[in-house]
Write a protein that binds this ligand. Sequence first.
Ligand code: HEC
Length: 242
Amino acid sequence: MKKLAILFLVAVLPAGAYASGGHGPKLDPVNIDLGDKASLQRGARIFVNYCLSCHSAGYMRYNRMGHDLGISDELVKENLLFAADKVGDLMKAVMPAEDAKKWFGTAPPDLTLVARNRGPKWTYTYMRSFYRDDKSPSGWNNIVFPHVAMPHVLYEWQGNQRAVFKTENGVPTFEKLELERKGSMTPEQYNEAMRDLTNFLVYLGEPAKLERYRIGVFTILFLLVFLVFAYLLKKEYWKDVH
Ligand code: HEC
């Protein structure tokens, strides 16, 4: 019995410690809604304009995305096709991975599955947690991704943030981020834009989800219609019995 208890402790305790998150930075909740097409379309626009220069979403084709998000091939061509020639192309980065590696010291990873691996909260918080850091090669650092090689590509929208640390027992601990120069968006607008972008990144990781929603609706409709016929049939059968 004692052995079992120890085994239990060994198996469960580390998981508990991990789940409580230790001392990692706080992640902010984000309202993910794959049924919100307008939000997904706005997110797609940001992604294509500001992320595809360095990152790929190499498992997604432009026309598949257009179809899922309710954007016609013509509109995809006019508004979203900067990094490719044909709507049937995969969403590849503009910058060759080797060049990016030379520039940033590390290749920007493919973003197809990033919201799935890191989680939507992490992704949302990451995009809002860049701050100025003169010691970093790009001039930027990030609270949830210390020493990140990615520069803050949306600083014109958000403005410049400064990280405030307080020293506890000689150890600097992060306290808060402060806006030291305003961007073109208010903090609320920027949060809303990052919610759209995160929503889109969640969609990228699981485009089949939208398809599942559609199939789910049709299945329920079918069952309802079927119920009517089943009921009529039952009435017909039992008519002569009574
Ligand atoms: C100028 C090039 C560049 C642009 C543009 C860029 N990134 Fe990055 N990004 C990088 C690099 C380089 C890394 C790798 C950082 C590292 O490992 O230190 C990275 C890492 C990331 C990560 C972390 C991935 C992980 O799990 O490790 C996310 C998320 C991300 N980028 C999202 C975005 C989004 C969203 C956009 C568009 C708004 C964007 N990036 C635009 C260069 C870029």
